[in-house]
Design a protein around this ligand. Structure first.
Ligand SMILES: C[S@@+](CC[C@H](N)C(=O)[O-])C[C@H]1O[C@@H](n2cnc3c(N)ncnc32)[C@H](O)[C@@H]1O
Length: 550
């Protein structure tokens, strides 16, 4: 192994171009501010822009790179040294092995092994990597462009790929990435975050029998786009081992991270190994205790999600038995679930009662609305709740205008007033005609919160409110199906919400409409003695994994 320059030392050089500068100093052209933790866990919003490493600025310009991409845009969250060392030490079997890090950042991984090749799009970060890994080979390039050119095949790879969401992972890089993956048999949808194609394209540069070890976002346990990656992994490696880690590897990132180890490139497997850990501990090898997940089970019963495997096998077995029992139904079988309306200018379209009176807007054109999940507290939303909102003069009256209707003078005056002239310039208003008719206003049978602390609230809409897209609108397929929803809030349904939804960060559970339709409503009386408690315990486990503290 190559000698690793101390992290703080290298990072000091990087910031100032001067070995004597202090990490907490505020000299130089870029104000770093004072921090107490390691710098990868600092609250810094963007990478420093005033590096003074030889050749760095020119190299950046030569590659046409923006010098000051924000950390988020660049997916630039650098890995703690202990994590990088753990992954590299396992991946490298022989001192002559050539190791690839496709997005080497400031060099945490390439610094651990002398015969390393790092690729990094950001010239400043690549400069840091060169300083930390003088024996390594660092290329300033878009990894996917570089991968097309290189003829080298590697013994192993390790790293922490950028987590750039699909909205920002665009242009040539994305095109190249998806093309490379397609050539390797992995087909990603337009919603794939960058890290998944990074892993596939990296695997494509391994020699037969090669290994790779990567930090991956915990989304690998539930995101639909993680499925093609895992399918690729099990059909390309002899062993695929995931280590789920509950405590954050990056205290600063809302994203939880897991570790992926894969070895025996060129072979295939029918199982995914999963180890579930509370916290990361440095090690030479992946943990020796793991569960073997049958790939067919993952594909079938668990709809290609690994998150259910965070609970105990006994809880999973009981869950499946109740889920498969006669009379258990998915929410989507009895109801449609969709988003509420998008007004485009909430401040304009949502009026307070006092404001509506002052403007003289007729009651018939105002519809009480649920603006967010906080309004969904009890099991029923009643007329008394709405009366209370009105007494409190809350802005809960949607100005509901129809395309065909003649507008009363008071409404015309409001639309043409200052607020109306501004509202019509909002994007959603500009792209519809007429701009003042809010589309998709509906009165659902139930309202469902979709970002929830403890559990998603399902509330019967006795008040006949409409709702914005901050909550979901649930409409029964037949009126006699109301009773099926009485199971909502049972330990089994709570668990089903945890399994079908996904963590959002900050302890929240998000339930997209597509996920909500998959929630299972158990037929009453199917649990065996003790199973309710088991489900309660499993719910508590899943909540701990999304950092919910009750
Ligand atoms: C999460 S950081 C990881 C850096 C380093 N491997 C570590 O863990 O400390 C991801 C890095 O990928 C780089 N990156 C983003 N897109 C890239 C691309 N298309 N090609 C090469 N590097 C890229 C970012 O600049 C960033 O430094």
């Amino acid at each position: 192994m190559a000698a690793v320059p101390s992290t703080s030392e290298t990072r000091r050089i990087a910031r100032s171009g001067n070995r004597d500068a202090d990490i907490d100093g505020e000299g130089g052209g870029h104000t770093l501010g004072r921090r107490t933790g390691p710098w990868y866990s600092s609250g810094m919003d963007s990478l420093p822009t005033t590096y003074d490493l030889p050749g760095t600025a020119e190299a950046g310009e030569a590659h046409g790179l923006a010098p000051d991409l924000s950390r988020k845009e660049a997916g630039a969250y650098f890995t703690p040294d202990a994590v990088a060392a753990t992954l590299v030490r396992w991946a490298v079997r022989d001192r002559d092995d050539r190791l690839l890090d496709p997005s080497c950042g400031d060099g945490s991984f390439v610094a651990v092994h002398a015969r390393s090749v790092g690729v990094e799009r950001d010239a400043a970060s690549a400069g840091l990597a060169r300083a930390r890994a003088p024996a390594g080979e660092i290329h300033v390039a878009d990894f996917f462009a570089w991968a097309e050119r290189t003829s080298e095949r590697f013994h192993c790879a390790a790293g922490n790929p950028p987590f750039i969401r699909y909205q920002r992972f665009s242009g040539d890089t994305r095109e190249r990435a998806l093309k490379a993956c397609r050539a390797l048999g992995a087909e990603f949808s337009g919603l794939a975050s960058s890290w998944a194609p990074f892993l596939v394209a990296t695997a494509g540069l391994l020699r037969p029998g090669g290994r790779m070890a990567f930090v991956v976002p915990a989304e690998i346990g539930h995101a639909p786009y993680a499925a093609p990656l895992l399918e690729f992994a099990v059909s390309s490696f002899a062993i695929v081992h995931l280590v789920a880690i509950r405590e954050k590897l990056f205290p600063d990132l809302s994203e939880d991270c897991w570790l992926l180890y894969a070895e025996g490139y060129g072979e295939r497997t029918n199982e995914i190994r999963l180890t579930v850990l509370d916290r990361f501990a440095p090690s030479e090898e992946p943990p020796h205790t793991f569960e073997r997940i049958d790939v067919n089970d993952w594909r079938g019963a668990w709809r290609r999600r690994l998150r259910p495997f965070l609970m105990t096998p006994a809880a999973r077995e009981a869950y499946r038995r109740v889920a498969d029992a006669d009379g258990s139904l998915r929410l989507g079988e009895i109801a449609s679930v969709g988003i509420g309306y998008v007004s485009g200018a909430n401040g304009f379209f949502h009026l307070r009662p006092s404001q509506a009176r002052h403007l003289g807007i007729p009651d018939a054109l105002l519809h009480p609305t649920v603006r967010n999940g906080r309004a969904l507290t009890g099991a029923v939303l009643s007329r008394a709740d709405v009366d209370r909102w009105l007494e409190e003069d809350l802005p809960v009256l949607l100005l509901r205008l129809a395309r065909t209707e003649a507008l009363p003078p008071a409404v015309v005056a409001y639309l043409d007033g200052e607020a109306g002239r501004e509202a019509r310039t909002a994007y959603k208003c500009r792209v519809r005609s007429p701009w003042y008719v809010v589309p998709d206003v509906q009165v659902p049978d139930y309202l469902l919160s979709y970002m929830s602390g403890r559990r998603p609230n399902l509330v019967r809409n006795d008040a006949r409110c409409t709702a914005t897209n901050s909550v979901h609108c649930v409409r029964l397929r037949r009126p006699d199906l109301h009773s099926r929803l009485e199971a909502w809030g049972s330990p089994f349904v709570d668990l089903s919400c945890e399994i079908e939804g996904h963590p959002l960060g900050g302890g929240l559970l998000k339930l997209e409409p597509r996920e909500a339709t998959q929630v299972i409503l158990n037929a009453p009386g199917r649990e065996r003695p003790g199973e309710e408690d088991m489900f309660r315990e499993a719910v508590a486990t899943m909540r701990r994994w999304r950092h919910r503290v009750d």
